[in-house]
Design a binder for this molecule. Structure first.
Ligand code: UDP
Length: 242
């Protein structure tokens, strides 16, 4: 085993998309998918003591789809942010049900469903051993939960950011559509931005570049991949400074 590659993270941020919770249906919350996410988090918690999770809302609503419904973009974005709250509450309860301490911190006032998010509150909860689920995105339209993930990672001083996806990393083209797509093991922030790869939001990458936060993009749906990533075994791609 290559000792150099072993890592001992103390605090990380995991971004999971709403899709992670919807399974085959692609919409709503599927109990088997929720169970899978919980199982992967239970394993992750054995490796990393402090875990923050940013959850997306795309399984319920995405602002980008709002014109199809004659909904104004801003309203669609608020609907998307509210969707993340629904997912976060589901994930919190599913974790607690399995004996894992967890809490939701939301970016805007949504009393009584969740407490408001401040970095100090998040850090206190992380130190108490809770998985902190950040919901409500940034609290502002025109952003995504990828950007929220990087923002929260910086606020809690996470050592690294992990984006759970359906593909096993960053490819030159969409690997599902193009057989010639090649996988990048590692690329710089500038390369990731210049190539306009749609695996991660450009604003999120730019924000990570400012703070030199390493981004790990991996296939969350292959069981055990999250644990491997957290032990420093690369299964996906890494975006970092040059
Ligand atoms: N959203 C927003 N501001 C944020 C984060 C999210 O307006 O800071 C809205 C936006 O409409 C987005 C939706 O919430 O489409 C769901 O988030 P996202 O698409 O990032 O979820 P995911 O694809 O990860 O499930």
């Amino acid at each position: 085993m290559n000792k150099k590659k072993e890592r001992n993270y103390r605090r990380i941020l995991l971004k999971i998309s709403g899709e992670s919770l919807s399974g085959e249906a692609g919409y709503g919350i599927d109990s088997a998918s929720l169970k899978y996410v919980v199982e992967e988090l239970i394993e992750a918690k054995k490796i990393v003591p402090e875990i923050g999770v940013v959850v997306g809302g795309g399984n319920i609503f995405r602002g980008i789809n709002s014109p199809e419904f004659s909904i104004e973009k801003k309203s669609g974005d608020y609907m998307g942010m509210l969707a993340t709250v629904i997912n976060g509450i589901a994930l919190r309860d599913a974790l607690i049900n399995k004996g894992v301490k967890a809490d939701v911190l939301n970016s805007f006032d949504i009393t009584p469903f969740a407490e408001g998010c401040t970095p100090s509150k998040a850090l206190n909860k992380l130190k108490e051993g809770k998985i902190v689920i950040f919901t409500g995105g940034t609290g502002h339209p025109f952003f995504t939960t990828d950007t929220t993930g990087v923002l929260r990672a910086l606020e809690i001083n996470a050592e690294a950011f992990f984006k759970a996806t359906k593909v096993d990393g960053v490819y030159s083209k969409d690997p599902k559509k193009d057989k010639n797509a090649t996988k990048y093991e590692s690329l710089t922030y500038d390369e990731a931005i210049a190539k306009k790869l749609n695996v991660m939001d450009q604003t999120a990458i730019a924000l990570a570049r400012e703070a030199n936060l390493t981004l790990h993009i991996f296939n969350f749906f292959e069981k055990g991949n999250l644990a491997k990533e957290l032990k420093g075994k690369r299964t996906g791609s890494v975006v970092k400074g040059g």
